[in-house]
Design a protein. Sequence first.
Length: 331
Amino acid sequence: MKCLAIADLFINTAMMNAGLKALREQGIEVEVREWSHASIEKLQEDNLLVEQQGAEAVTLPETLLQGAEETEILITQFAPVNVAVLARLPKLKVVGVLRGGVENVNQQAAEARGIEVLNTPGRNARSVAEFTVGMILAEMRNIARSHDALREKLWRRNSPNDRAIPELGGKIVGLVGLGHIAQLVAGFLTGFGTKIIFYDKYVAEHNRYEKVNSLDELVARADVVSLHARLTPETENLINAHHFALMKPGAIIVNTARSGLIHEADLIAALKARKIMGAALDTFDDEPLPDDSDFYALDNVTITPHIAGSTVDAFSNSPKLFSEILLKKLR
């Protein structure tokens, strides 16, 4: 059985070869080729195009698939698997995506060919969970805005919450969704002495954390609301003006999941009106943020450029994790 793995600047050839060692040990012939970019920024531009417009938005170089007609397993992280790629691989049976989602695969075209598409769930769960805790602390304790001020040689002590800067201990953290990432966040935050409540229609109960019966109840009770749901038509704009009106004036909202979970215009309005204390955001409806974005003018947000899941550990462990998934599937 022949496998073609497409490396990139984040999961490079050495990482890919090391992570797919288990496949070779099981007799699978693995060849690694690299999708070359002049810089990480150029790779991110292509990835953003694919995420926003689908697998057909970016064309791979012809040389990347040259002589690969016998390939039965294709493994990729960011490289798109579109109609043109599938046409070059007539014997393809499995596409493996080294990510939590499969946005870079034309799933309709793959399904029409009977090709199975596998992802790598949880591959950056710890990265995102650790980042989420960092974002909560950064916003509550004014870490990022104080740093920015000092870079401008301003000894800034005032902030939107300067009369009531809280400690995380003893606060209620409400998790929207209780999947792998959210459970890691809950575990980390328990060490701070927080009370964890969660809302998840698909989780009946938890022996350590309190399930609430409605999203309204969660946002009304929580001092910190952190989003960890998947983005689906059902969850799009899940948090909107209605929920901001229910939140405590001193509460913050944190989103390291998909931006579409929050109605962005409603969030901006709530922050401008000081209906809530603040927000910490890693994802946005328009990425990169346009120069005229309202977020740049707000003093009660901590914003980062979609980097929650980007750690060397998450990237390097992904091929190994996928190898385990694939071998279990093949068995």
